[in-house]
Write a protein that binds this ligand. Structure first.
Ligand SMILES: *[C@@H]1O[C@H](CO)[C@@H](O)[C@H](O)[C@H]1NC(C)=O
Ligand SMILES: *[C@@H]1O[C@H](CO)[C@@H](O)[C@H](O)[C@H]1NC(C)=O
Ligand SMILES: *[C@@H]1O[C@H](CO)[C@@H](O)[C@H](O)[C@H]1NC(C)=O
Ligand SMILES: *[C@@H]1O[C@H](CO)[C@@H](O)[C@H](O)[C@H]1NC(C)=O
Ligand SMILES: *[C@@H]1O[C@H](CO)[C@@H](O)[C@H](O)[C@H]1NC(C)=O
Length: 252
């Protein structure tokens, strides 16, 4: 009796246990990954301006998507509300919508950095702004616990860690990081025809202050005056006879 009963309960125990064991690894990767940067920043109640910018520029969504897809992780430098209010008045408003996107992306580095990894970082560090071209770099220097960031325009210090897991690091910074390229080159986007005209006329006026172009333009301007004096007479004469501009041009 006893030897007959014992193997049966064992079988019943084994049968249901195998499927339940097979299910548990499938459920294991489920533990929620913190993939909402605004939610993380909201917990520390001093990033309202940065959160607002993250949302209006839609960079928050990009970051959240990247957190799901990226293998490298992300590092975010979050400027405090104090940092934004210490900007020169009107600074943010002077930026175009495109620049605001770039500004926010400039605070995101497309790889994970722990505080100790900043000690060995190789500068310049590419940011999320400007795509893969690396046109918006920043430099990080670290010495012990002190980590500085310089953009060429802004010098900032890492104040503290707001959040860190193996994939996302969020640090509080005491300054809004302004990209050097915002102040270096004129915005290339707006109306190329107009900008050509506006750059040509300053070139003439500034040319008088320069070295070599001044001498030649001075000589040319003398002969130009003579030419204009002569040609204006021709113009007046020809205009009295010819009313159409095209025929005036042809007469030269
Ligand atoms: C992220 O968190 C913010 C604030 O808690 C919330 O408004 C937003 O809907 C969240 N986004 C997603 C995609 O969960
Ligand atoms: C960081 O900047 C401060 C000045 O703001 C300076 O005293 C310090 O030496 C810098 N530290 C590093 C590691 O560059
Ligand atoms: C950043 O570091 C690179 C490499 O050391 C250097 O060439 C560059 O001038 C630095 N830029 C700034 C703004 O400090
Ligand atoms: C940033 O730091 C560098 C080197 O310490 C210094 O030359 C520069 O003037 C500083 N810039 C600003 C805006 O404080
Ligand atoms: C001639 O020039 C005048 C003024 O510059 C302009 O209004 C007119 O259209 C021109 N005529 C032709 C035929 O190009």
């Amino acid at each position: 009796m006893k030897p007959n009963f014992s193997p049966l309960p064992l079988l019943f125990l084994l049968l249901p246990s195998t499927p339940s064991f097979a299910q548990s690894p499938a459920a294991a990767p489920a533990p929620p990954r913190p993939n909402n940067v605004t939610a993380i920043l909201e917990k520390a109640s001093q990033f309202t301006t940065f959160i607002h910018l993250l949302q209006t520029t839609k960079v928050a969504g990009q970051i959240n998507t990247q957190l799901i897809n990226s293998n490298q992780g992300l590092t975010i430098f979050a400027p405090t509300d104090n940092a934004f209010s210490s900007l020169k008045p009107g600074t943010l408003n002077s930026f175009t919508d495109e620049q605001k996107v770039e500004l926010v992306q400039f605070h995101v580095v497309p790889s994970f950095f722990s505080p100790s990894q900043f000690q060995t970082v190789s500068n310049p560090l590419r940011t999320q702004a400007g795509g893969s071209e690396g046109a918006f770099p920043l430099n990080v220097t670290a010495n012990g616990n002190q980590v500085n960031i310089t953009t060429g325009v802004t010098n900032a210090t890492l104040a503290s860690s707001v959040y860190s897991d193996s994939q996302l690091a969020v640090y509080q910074v005491d300054q809004v990081l302004l990209p050097l390229s915002f102040f270096q080159s004129p915005p290339p986007a707006p109306a190329p025809e107009k900008s050509k005209k506006s750059t040509v006329s300053p070139d003439y006026s500034s040319g008088s202050g320069d070295g070599s172009p001044t001498d030649s333009s001075g000589e040319i301007s003398l002969s130009k005056n003579q030419f204009f004096a002569f040609s204006s007479i021709v113009l007046v004469l020809s205009c009295t006879f010819l009313n159409e501009n095209e025929s005036v041009l042809h007469s030269f």
